[in-house]
Design a protein around this ligand. Structure first.
Ligand code: SME
Length: 135
């Protein structure tokens, strides 16, 4: 299989590993930078209208802009937010960084408020760092 197919398998494997095994991960997906915007890639969870997100827009766009993990405990209190599902209560977005460049990000929504802590952050940052080595 080609390198692109291998990479597709990696994205899909990560999404399945996380979403199928961590009960409070209710939407798990990748957005990757393409032509300067975030484009939805592999994901598990509800359909989302937000397939293309500008840098700075929503929680996803803010994390890409800041180049750091963004945890929102209560999405109803976040004014710069793009709603995917009304069931979503909290969200974590972890950028995939290569040097100073953002290549994409992992976005996870939870139906539970304040679902994400520093263990989630460390887990996801480690996955993103390993993934970045292949990109
Ligand atoms: N909530 C995100 C948009 C992506 S959907 O949750 C899948 C945001 O505010 O950027």
């Amino acid at each position: 299989i080609s390198k692109e197919e291998q990479l597709d398998n990696v994205y899909q494997g990560i999404v399945e590993l996380l979403d199928n095994n961590i009960p409070y991960y209710n939407w798990t997906g990748f957005y990757m930078i393409e032509n300067g915007e975030l484009v939805l890639g592999h994901y598990l969870g509800a359909h989302t209208d937000h397939t293309h997100i500008q840098i700075g827009q929503g929680i996803c766009g803010q994390a890409a802009d800041r180049k750091e993990t963004f945890i929102v405990d209560d999405v109803t209190k976040e004014t710069n937010y793009l709603a995917c599902s009304f069931e979503t209560a909290s969200e974590i977005v972890v950028p995939i960084l290569k040097g100073d460049d953002v290549l994409g990000e992992i976005d996870i929504d939870s139906h539970e408020p304040s679902a994400f802590d520093s263990l989630d952050q460390h887990l996801l940052e480690s996955i993103c760092a390993k993934l970045a080595e292949r990109l």
